[in-house]
Design a protein around this ligand. Structure first.
Ligand SMILES: NC(=O)c1ccc[n+]([C@@H]2O[C@H](COP(=O)([O-])OP(=O)(O)OC[C@H]3O[C@@H](n4cnc5c(N)ncnc54)[C@H](O)[C@@H]3O)[C@@H](O)[C@H]2O)c1
Length: 258
């Protein structure tokens, strides 16, 4: 990753934060984009403490102009990004019959439109510079199977969209030397994991997760982030349009408990 510039959306927390730190440790200059400016600043300080170089860019990935401005800032401060990890995401929960169109749209805007906008800026920069690159989007098991607990209406639709976007971009830009792939993290210990779960239900849900995920535990954010790092780097040079499933066996299991 030395001499490469990597942009990470949602880099202020969870899987994005872990990916930003891993990229910096591997020698990349990292742009940490997040709507939470303080969180992005904290990651930049953590990178600096380890001798790496990173810049924080406050940005709402669902805002077209904000994403364009953010990538202009990155080009000015670090150079054209060689890679992207699009990890910004929200999960607001909700069964369809109770879900407002505004809530549905909010999830789609961040998870799907945000992934598109960040990918578009990355692609534009790479094509203009005539350089190869690698884009990693964040899908989810929810893109492939209904969650048994239910209520993942907008989230699962957004992630299904991200998976389709991954394949579509991969085919369109492979000839430019730009690889597009996705990671599929399983239940990972981050704020998003618990965002749609009422406080009083969290310990019971954790017990269910640990019981039902084949590997018997939740993931540390570093685990899916390492998968993203591999997809960014040259070791995955022939990997195009794929989903790297790092879900502790959730999708392999996909069956009823009898
Ligand atoms: N945690 C899991 O179990 C899990 C499982 C599968 C997929 N994922 C996906 O991985 C990605 C990272 O999730 P995480 O678990 O690390 O979550 P997280 O909540 O720890 O981090 C998400 C980050 O995105 C930022 N963000 C949210 N909305 C934004 C916006 N509009 N603009 C810019 N930044 C915004 C948040 O501020 C936060 O820093 C998401 O796309 C998520 O859907 C997570």
């Amino acid at each position: 990753m030395k001499d490469r510039v990597i942009a990470v959306t949602g880099g202020g927390s969870g899987i994005g934060r872990a990916a930003a730190l891993l990229c910096a440790a591997a020698g990349a200059d990292v742009a940490v984009l997040d709507r939470e400016a303080a969180a992005a600043d904290e990651v930049v300080r953590a990178v600096a403490r380890h001798g790496g170089r990173a810049v924080a860019v406050a940005c709402d990935v669902s805002d077209e102009q904000a994403v364009a401005d953010a990538f202009r800032q990155i080009r000015e401060r670090l150079g054209t990004p060689d890679g992207l990890v699009a990890a910004a995401g929200v999960d607001l929960g909700g069964f369809a019959h109770e879900l407002s169109a505004a809530r549905w749209q909010q999830v789609l805007s961040v998870n799907l439109t945000g992934a598109f906008l960040a990918s578009r800026e990355t692609l534009r920069g790479l094509i203009e510079a005539g350089r190869p690159g690698s884009i990693v989007l964040c899908s989810s098991p929810a893109a492939f199977a209904g969650f048994a607990a239910g209520g993942a209406t907008a989230y699962s639709a957004s992630k299904g969209g991200v998976s389709a976007l991954t394949r579509s971009l991969a085919v369109d830009y492979a000839r430019h030397g730009i690889r597009v792939n996705a990671i599929v993290p399983g239940p990972t210990e981050t704020p998003l994991m618990w965002a749609a779960v009422p406080e009083e239900q969290r310990s019971a849900m954790r017990a269910v997760v640990e019981d039902e995920v084949p590997i018997g535990r939740m993931a540390d954010p570093q685990e899916p982030a390492r998968a993203a790092l591999w997809l960014l780097g040259d070791d995955s040079s022939y990997v195009v349009g794929s989903h790297l499933v790092c879900d502790g066996g959730v999708l392999a299991k996909a069956s009823i408990s009898v």
